[in-house]
Design a protein around this ligand. Structure first.
Ligand code: 5SP
Ligand code: FE2
Length: 220
């Protein structure tokens, strides 16, 4: 099964309740929540209170992508706010193994996120400990960017590493996912598709989610 996770960074913050309702009534399984601190990435998005309010408005999986320095300081607060999955960036963690254990000790899924320039080989000694890898297919910090094509070969590399060391680990692709490139991304081995602008900027976002799912399910 392919999981679709609409990214709320592209949503209309003035009508957040309607946007959450749209996803609640859609075929998407997850909600993707991008937290940015203006330090790890050159942008600031939203934080703990917003995640908390969204959590109250949905029973879908809340997938929190922390694009922040020193994520270990905030993981417990995001868990308390209702995150079901928390991903921290390999590039932001001095003690990644400890940070991943910290998330797992909270009883939720732990993910590691990697920037487009970070080699898959750098995941070798952490892959066995994570539930998910968020493979960034744009440079983190902004929605609406173009998919970086060389990410496709990284998906295939990651798929092989996962098959060897942790077959239940999910591959999440984050950034620039559209109806046009989704089938290729899934064919390369992705299980979770984050889609921000291609969903929220569509005339009919629920239909955009349906189309993404149908196009991908044809591939598997
Ligand atoms: O983490 C990020 C960006 O840093 C992503 O989750 C984007 O928010 C995805 O948005 P689109 O590229 O699909 O518009
Ligand atoms: Fe993200």
């Amino acid at each position: 099964m392919i999981i679709v996770a609409p990214s709320f960074l592209a949503s209309d913050f003035l009508h957040l309740a309607d946007e959450v309702d749209m996803v609640n009534n859609s075929a998407a399984e997850w909600l993707h929540l991008d937290v940015m601190d203006g330090r790890f990435v050159p942008n600031i998005s939203f934080g703990i209170p917003v995640v908390e309010f969204i959590r109250k408005a949905t029973s879908k999986v809340c997938d929190v992508h922390l694009m922040i320095e020193e994520p270990e300081k905030f993981v417990a607060a995001f868990h308390k706010a209702g995150a079901d999955v928390i991903s921290v960036h390999i590039e932001a963690c001095r003690n990644l193994h400890r940070n991943i254990q910290q998330i797992k000790d909270l009883g939720i899924k732990a993910g590691v996120a990697v920037n487009p320039h970070t080699p898959i080989a750098s995941l070798e000694d952490i892959i066995a400990d994570v539930d998910l890898v968020n493979l960034m297919s744009v440079n983190p910090g902004f929605g609406g960017q173009k998919f970086i094509a060389h990410t496709l070969h990284k998906i295939a590399q990651l798929k092989q590493l996962i098959a060897e060391r942790n077959p239940s680990c999910l591959i999440e692709i984050d950034g620039g996912v559209t109806l046009d490139n989704a089938p290729q991304i899934v064919a390369a081995g992705a299980n979770v598709l984050v889609a921000g602008s291609s969903v929220f900027n569509a005339k009919n976002p629920q239909q955009a989610i349906d189309h993404l799912k149908t196009a991908c399910e044809k591939i598997i």
